[in-house]
Design a protein around this ligand. Structure first.
Ligand code: CP
Length: 328
């Protein structure tokens, strides 16, 4: 595996399968049924220059569950980047302080630029509209677990990716990760102007998958296995785009009526979160709360074992953890 996790492009199918297996092994530690201290003395630098709840806190918790400690900095205001420090200098400085770094930054490519200047492993916690590889790995881990529970297989599965497919970095990483697997059917539905980038559709199609683009959710999805819906990323819009998109997200809302009328009893509903609960924005309706098909909170829980697996692999402590799992 590459020393960093910047994009799912660096992962082979075998490496992804390995991470899924390691994440499964981490479950007892994630749930505190087993204890390990393999990262005792190690320090994680958690650098978040864009808003985050799940990614920042779950990477922090995952590192602590492995026995390590975490130094956090959030936002530009409380970092010396506010004084004009470059990514290069910040990276060189942080390399002397910590053993691994998770970074989120609003500009696509910035985390890779940062990683080029350091000798410690860097994980991309989201670079603007670019990628979010750890989210895609936990999403795939969730699909794997949900399918095992339902007796389903990824081979030939039908997945719907909907919402903001242009700026949604989680779907960019996820569709590339899915493309490593056996042929499946992927339907893409997004508001006009927010379609999945064509180079990603070309990549997935070239790997033998059937990709269909539709303009609306008003279709028959009765054979659907997974709905993966995403928030409209208004923070990435220009002023003109904001005007033209006012109110449109309602037409792409995944809610109980949609699930009951268009899907089936085993269609699982996923979302990377946060879902937008402000008036006029309704990417995933709260009327599905309590429905067993809503997998979003099982999905967030899966972030801990998958992020532990990423640390275990990048920091090469898998064997030590296995020893603790056998002994403790
Ligand atoms: N899914 C995700 O990246 O959530 P946060 O923005 O809260 O980290």
């Amino acid at each position: 595996m590459s020393p960093h996790l910047l994009s799912v492009d660096s992962l082979s199918r075998d490496q992804v399968d390995h991470l899924l297996r390691v994440a499964s092994r981490m479950e007892p530690i994630a749930q505190r049924r087993k204890i390990t201290r393999v990262l005792e003395g190690a320090v994680l630098g958690n650098l978040f220059f864009e808003a985050s709840t799940r990614t920042r806190v779950s990477f922090n918790a995952a590192f602590c569950r492995l026995g390590g400690s975490v130094c956090d900095t959030t936002g530009f205001t409380f970092s010396s980047m506010a004084k004009g420090e470059s990514l290069y200098d910040t990276s060189r400085v942080m390399s002397g302080y910590v053993d691994a770094i998770v970074m989120r930054h609003p500009e696509q490519g910035s985390v890779a630029e940062f990683a080029a200047a350091t000798h410690v492993p860097v994980i991309n916690g989201g670079d603007g509209p670019g990628e979010h590889p750890s989210q895609a790995l936990l999403d795939l881990y969730t699909i794997d677990k949900e399918f095992a529970r339902l007796g389903k297989s990824l081979v030939g599965a039908h997945l719907l990716l909907t919402g903001d497919l242009k700026y949604g970095r989680t779907v960019h990483s996820l569709i590339k990760l899915l493309s490593l697997y056996d042929p499946m059917r992927i339907t893409l539905v997004s508001p006009p102007g927010l379609e999945m980038p064509s180079h990603l559709i070309d990549l997935v199609t070239s790997r033998g998958h059937r990709v269909e683009q539709r303009e609306s959710l008003a279709n028959d999805f009765s054979d659907l296995d997974v709905i993966y819906t995403t928030r409209i990323q208004k923070e990435r819009f220009t002023d003109e785009m904001s005007e033209s998109f006012n109110g449109i997200s309602q037409d792409f809302s995944v809610n109980r009526a949609f699930l009951e009328s268009r899907c089936n009893a085993t269609t699982i509903v996923m979302h990377p979160l946060p879902r937008d609960s402000r008036p006029g924005a309704n990417d995933l309706d709260v009327d599905l709360n309590g429905d067993p098909r809503l997998a979003i909170f099982r999905q967030t829980d899966n972030g801990i074992p998958m992020r532990m697996a990423i640390f275990a692999t990048l920091l090469k402590v898998e064997e030590l953890i296995e020893k603790d799992l056998r002994e403790v």
